[in-house]
Design a protein around this ligand. Structure first.
Ligand code: NAD
Ligand code: IPM
Ligand code: MN
Length: 369
């Protein structure tokens, strides 16, 4: 079986961290662990500079044809003034929407070696293993109208629309309950039903779905603002958190800091399984962005990107042993005391992107011998 992978490194640190993933893919191929057919293309600012669009039609076609997409990051100050419709981030949003990648899994795991790297106390984060499930194709990101209207009196009005239909809430809810069954069997649904109609519907649909099909799973409802507070107060109370597109974006950056750095958090964006082949469209990307402040310096942490590859092996290819081995390689590299600048602490050895990527690869090779 040869897997068709599309690599979209993007901008800023995107290409730097993707290089480390390419090395690991090369080793897997060469060692006969898995066989890959790699395609590569531009996305984001790089695509805008080349084609005047944040993603070309050719790259979209490659994404549709691929078994999975590995995505770096897009955006940066260079493109702050480009028209809204072709800004770098539009390339990522188009991929999510056109591939219908509605389920975004953002696991926040505190590796034992990093229990002292978080801004929170060791006892708060030690052993943390939670999963934020973010709805990714609806809500304020895509709701219409979405525009700036000139009111003609010297005033303008900026409009974004939060919209959710029953089926959108139900399908992300199902993913939440199914995932919880493979973990600690608890789902916390976060919305703001006290001020938002979409929150009222979200709450109703989750409650009905739970009663109908998932009564064996514990379901808890939490207002999203209180949820943000609980996430930093005592995050270990959570197992699976399911929430909308915008709240999920914000809460997952908060969760990242529980693990030590935004440079640690991977993600998987999944579509529905095809009724005939059972295959699902998928894109894997770190939760972080292009880190303009450190781009080009070779100091970015590649672990979120490498852990996104591990999620790809698990969720797209069913290579669960290899995925677990790659995650163990990450843990071992951290245990050996190597740190990129973002997770550096006293007594540890600081390395750059290449140094950390090479250390993970060496561990991966050792575990594969
Ligand atoms: P960011 O995630 O790029 O950076 C936030 C902070 O985290 C910075 O200090 C950065 O140095 C640090 N950081 C992030 N990733 C790191 C890594 N791997 N290793 C070490 N440190 C890391 O967020 P931002 O600065 O708000 O956004 C910059 C650009 O990235 C914007 O254009 C934004 O739209 C874009 N962005 C893209 C994605 C994506 O492509 N998925 C995600 C978030 C932000
Ligand atoms: C993320 C990013 C994106 C989002 C941007 C770059 C469009 O912040 O993946 O978390 O807001 O979804
Ligand atoms: Mn984000």
């Amino acid at each position: 079986m040869t897997y068709k992978l599309l690599l979209l490194p993007g901008d800023g640190i995107g290409p730097e961290i993707m290089n480390e993933v390419r090395e690991i893919l090369g080793f897997m191929d060469q060692a006969g662990l898995a066989s890959f057919e790699l395609e590569e293309d531009l996305v984001g600012g790089a695509a805008y500079d080349a084609h005047g669009a944040a993603i070309s039609e050719e790259a979209m076609a490659k994404a549709h044809a691929a078994d999975a997409v590995l995505f770096g990051a897009v955006g940066g100050p260079k493109w702050d003034r480009v028209p809204y419709d072709v800004r770098p981030e539009a390339g990522l949003l188009r991929l999510r929407k056109e591939l219908d990648l509605f389920a975004n899994l953002r696991p926040a795991i505190c590796y034992p070696a990093l229990a002292d790297s978080s801004s929170l106390k060791r006892e708060v984060v030690e052993g943390l293993d939670i999963l934020i499930l973010r709805e990714l194709t609806g809500g304020t990101y895509f709701g219409q109208p979405k525009e700036i209207v000139d009111l003609g009196n010297g005033q303008k009005r900026g409009i974004d629309t939060q919209v959710y239909d029953t089926y959108e809430i139900e399908r992300i809810g199902r993913v939440a309950f199914e995932l919880a069954r493979t973990r600690r069997n608890k789902v916390t649904s976060m919305e703001k039903r006290n001020v938002m109609k979409s929150g009222v519907l979200w709450n109703e649909v989750m409650t009905d779905l739970h009663r109908r099909d998932y009564a064996d799973v514990e379901l808890e409802h939490m207002l999203a603002d209180a949820g943000a507070m609980q996430l930093v107060r005592w995050p270990k109370q959570f197992d699976v958190i399911v929430t909308d597109n915008l709240f999920g974006d914000i809460l997952s950056d908060v969760a990242a800091m529980l693990t030590g750095s935004l440079g640690m958090l991977p993600s998987a964006s999944l579509g529905a399984p095809d009724p005939v082949s059972g295959k699902r469209k998928a894109l894997y990307e770190p939760v972080h962005g292009t880190a303009p402040d450190i781009a080009g310096k070779g100091m970015a942490n590649p672990i979120a990107m490498i852990a996104s590859l591990a999620m790809c092996l698990r969720y797209s290819f069913g290579l669960t042993d290899l995925a677990a081995r790659l995650e163990a390689a990450i843990a071992n590299a951290l245990e050996s005391g190597l740190r990129t600048a973002d997770i550096m602490s006293p007594g540890m050895t600081q390395v750059g992107t290449n140094g950390m990527g090479a250390a993970v690869l060496t561990e991966f090779e050792r575990l594969s011998a």
